[in-house]
Design a protein around this ligand. Structure first.
Ligand code: TYD
Length: 196
């Protein structure tokens, strides 16, 4: 059975995941590979509900976690698994490691979240964690708000970053220093992908 290549890009907000996912996709396309670049939350019904909740008010913790699981279930069944089975390169901007980090920062046990996801979600061949200190990431997304909010957000992202970095010694994980220009980061990513 043909088997594709599954690469996931993770990191806190402001690390440049979506740009790097797109650029890595273009790089594979240039080499004649069939590529699917996708993201979570998806643009499906569950993902749309989650994105809307960002402006209308966050869902309750358990409901939010369940929504991410439902969204991912559908993503795996309808896009990820069939694309990999067809031998394509699948590149994701966020996956269940974001649930470990963000819902973990909201109080759930990250390892329990991981277990629930790995019941149905395939492990990537390569997980790239784009890493940046919270101040730099924050200034890149241009966060402006009242100071309490900003403080809370920093605390939250600091916890998310810690959870992402807790994965750094796993065999399928590479941490990418995301300081510097988009070209610098893209070059680091290509180097790691080539080595794998
Ligand atoms: P993001 O990629 O930042 O979307 P956009 O580029 O549209 O802003 O993702 C939206 C938010 O969803 C982000 O703050 C992280 C959060 N998220 C979770 O809390 N859990 C998850 O499992 C995923 C995939 C994302």
């Amino acid at each position: 059975m043909p088997k594709g290549l599954f690469i996931v890009i993770e990191g806190i907000d402001g690390t440049g995941k979506s740009t790097q996912a797109r650029r890595l996709g273009e790089w594979f396309t240039d080499q004649g590979r069939e590529v699917v670049v996708s993201r979570e939350p998806t643009d499906g019904p569950w993902g749309t509900k989650l994105r809307e909740s960002a402006s209308t008010g966050r869902l309750l913790p358990e409901e939010e976690l369940q929504c991410f699981l439902n969204d991912r279930h559908q993503h795996v069944e309808e896009l990820i698994a069939p694309s990999l089975a067809a031998g394509k390169v699948v590149i994701l901007d966020r996956y269940y490691f974001s649930s470990m980090a963000y819902q973990g920062a909201r109080g759930f046990d990250p390892l329990e979240i991981r277990r629930r996801n790995e019941e149905f979600a395939p492990l990537p061949d390569l997980l790239l964690i784009l890493d940046l200190d919270v101040d730099t990431a924050h200034s890149r997304i241009g966060v402006r708000g009242d100071t309490t909010n900003e403080f809370e957000q920093r605390e939250n992202l600091t916890r998310c970053r810690e959870i992402f970095l807790s994965l750094k010694d796993e065999w399928f994980v590479r941490v990418i220093d995301s300081n510097g220009t988009l070209d610098d980061v893209a070059a680091r990513i290509r180097e790691v992908v080539t080595a794998r």
